[in-house]
Write a protein that binds this ligand. Structure first.
Ligand SMILES: [Fe+2]
Length: 266
């Protein structure tokens, strides 16, 4: 892969996204958001891979996975008017289907193409499969981290700038101002997982993001979480009840502890 490959793919991707413009030449704001998200996730992926001291070739591949992971979001939204996979299609599968049909990845060697497609296919699974080829796993883990890092940003920006009422899709329509679902606090206490059905309010979505602190794979991604003050931003938007504050402090201590110890994800 030469250094121009990413630029070539970025040009393909932005041109593909523009196919979804309306008669006035505008993308729907939600598709515009996904375009900007994809470019930022590519950047996050590059930062995480570089922070792990990966070879330049691997860093470039990580950036490509980040760029293309949500390719399927454009046709998903055009067809179904939602980003809710349960009500439409699995958007990761859709990303792979578009990439397989349009063939922008033909510029990559076959194995690298497989790595990119597999990492994309798995990026929205609740958990990664236990059995995964050793050359795919690091990329599958990395895209999940890079994606989460940008979701923190998108959500924080949406709350600060009052975008959630206008665009409830950003929070999967869970933008009610209700109290946290106790299920979320229980999951945080035992570092468990929750079904998406547990996310009913804005607070629940914020607590889900707090739960992700236990689910970040790569240490360099966790360092970015600290650098960007993610936990403090989440705390600012959450109700300051004793239970929530305890969960925030615990997550913070966990992140600091893992970075200090340099330990891989448990
Ligand atoms: Fe996605």
């Amino acid at each position: 892969m030469d250094t121009d490959t990413f630029i070539q793919l970025r040009d393909w991707f932005t041109a593909y996204a523009k196919l979804f413009r309306d008669a006035e030449g505008r993308l729907h704001p939600m598709q515009e958001l996904k375009l900007a998200h994809s470019l930022r996730v590519a950047h996050n992926a590059r930062l995480i891979a570089a922070g792990l001291a990966w070879e330049p070739q691997q860093v470039a591949l990580a950036e490509i996975v980040g760029l293309l992971h949500d390719t399927g979001r454009f046709s998903q939204f055009a067809e179904f008017g939602t980003f809710n996979d349960a009500e439409s299609v699995n958007h990761a599968e859709r990303s792979c289907a578009v990439l397989e049909a349009e063939r922008p990845l033909d510029c990559l060697p076959e194995r690298e193409r497989t790595v990119v497609l597999q990492a994309i296919r798995l990026h929205n699974r609740r958990e990664l499969p236990v059995e995964l080829a050793p050359d795919i796993r690091p990329f599958a883990e990395l895209i999940r981290d890079a994606d989460k890092l940008d979701i923190f940003h998108v959500f924080d920006d949406a709350i600060r700038n009052n975008k959630l009422d206008r665009h409830p899709e950003i929070s999967m329509r869970s933008n009610s101002r209700g109290a946290p679902n106790p299920v979320m606090l229980e999951a945080l206490a035992c570092r468990g997982t929750v079904p998406y059905s547990a996310i009913q309010s804005l607070a629940d979505f914020l607590l889900l993001q707090l739960l992700w602190m236990y689910d970040i794979n790569h240490l360099s991604a966790l360092r970015l979480v600290l650098e960007r003050n993610v936990i403090r931003s989440l705390e600012q938007h959450l109700p300051a009840t004793p239970e929530v504050t305890a969960a925030v402090r615990a997550a913070e201590a966990f992140v600091h502890g893992r970075i200090a110890a340099g330990t891989p994800k448990a």
